[in-house]
Write a protein that binds this ligand. Structure first.
Ligand SMILES: [Zn+2]
Length: 73
């Protein structure tokens, strides 16, 4: 029974991210590690790193919209 439980536990870790996958440091560096904080639901990063990761996307959309507005005007 515990073997099956462990199997599901490991499988879950493979298919979903339970800890933040944000890389800290240089991958070449031996200090390199992932953040490891608890992730937001359906996100590979914790709250802090989601803010960092998705801020560019939001800004790009905003840029496009303001650009559209300029063209229309
Ligand atoms: Zn993080």
């Amino acid at each position: 029974m515990s073997i099956i439980k462990n199997y599901f536990k490991q499988n879950k870790v493979v298919h979903t991210f339970e800890t933040c996958q944000w890389p800290n440091g240089d991958p070449q560096d031996k200090d390199f590690h992932f953040c490891g904080d608890k992730t937001l639901i359906n996100k590979p990063y914790c709250k802090k790193h989601c803010d960092v990761a998705y801020v560019d996307e939001k800004d790009l959309k905003k840029d496009k919209e303001s650009h559209k507005h300029l063209i229309a005007a």
